[in-house]
Design a protein around this ligand. Structure first.
Ligand SMILES: [Zn+2]
Ligand SMILES: [Zn+2]
Length: 255
């Protein structure tokens, strides 16, 4: 062992990186998830879209709500199962709360791959994100969607710009889709620049109904954006576009 190795192992020991999935201390060769949780994560990622039959991280199908509200393409990495303690869900909780660089880096990498697979020349797009509510930024100290979007812009050598600001007063959890579009409204920042002719990639963490994404997209359109592609880590909606249940690997959608 060299001095550098010793220094690194001491640092590793002191920083106590724990598996985001199960909380066990990680081995040095492991990153973010332990081997067991990584397998579970890969398992979740195997689920396909029933429309295009691709794996979700290669699919751009929107749900019906988004398709009729400005966002015709939605990139995602995997499916989020509400109320489940899966490592894939915990990655998102951790991103929201822990401000862990290794978690951010992993999810940036996953989204980088998904976006690269579906978008031609991502560097030509403007990256932005659904703004977090002020309440949530105060509570957790970070706007994790902004962190994601900024890191992705950097990876693609693209521009990051946030022209929107959240003005939602209510927590959005218990409202229906249409109510959400009204409540989850975002203001355009004073002096925001014109986005005429711009193609935009709009980042969010989890798409539940699509209302926040659609409400942001509506304002970006008002600023002149030509095309808006949504990109989220996960989708939580279940509708006729992606109708598979937890146990299904592949279930063709019949029109
Ligand atoms: Zn684990
Ligand atoms: Zn699809």
């Amino acid at each position: 062992m060299t001095f550098k190795d010793i220094k690194e192992s001491i640092f590793f020991y002191l920083s106590v990186p724990k598996c985001v999935g199960c909380g066990e201390r990680l081995l040095r060769r492991e990153n973010v998830l332990c081997e067991v949780c990584l397998e579970e994560y890969k398992n979740v990622k195997k689920r396909n879209c029933s429309i295009c039959t691709r794996s979700l991280d290669r699919c751009t199908c929107p749900n019906k709500y988004l398709d009729t509200h400005y966002v015709h393409k939605l990139i995602k990495v995997y499916r989020y199962f509400p109320d489940d303690a899966l490592p894939s869900n915990k990655l998102i909780y951790s991103l929201k709360r822990d401000n862990r660089k290794d978690v951010l880096d992993m999810l940036v990498e996953e989204m980088y791959c998904a976006i690269s697979a579906s978008v031609k020349n991502p560097s030509e797009y403007l990256f932005t994100n659904v703004p977090r509510s002020r309440k949530s930024v105060v509570k957790y100290g970070i706007d994790h969607a902004a962190l994601l979007s900024k890191s992705l812009a950097k990876r693609f050598s693209a521009e990051y710009y946030q022209p929107l600001i959240s003005k939602s007063k209510q927590q959005q959890k218990k409202t229906s889709g249409e109510e959400r579009l009204k409540n989850a409204s975002f203001d355009i920042k004073r002096g925001a620049k014109d986005l005429s002719g711009k193609k935009v990639i709009l980042i969010d963490d989890v798409v539940t109904t699509g209302a926040s994404l659609a409400a942001s997209a509506m304002q970006l359109k008002a600023l002149g954006a030509k095309q808006i592609i949504g990109a989220a880590i996960a989708i939580a909606y279940k509708d006729r576009y992606v109708p598979f249940a937890k146990g299904d690997r592949f279930l063709p959608y019949k029109k």
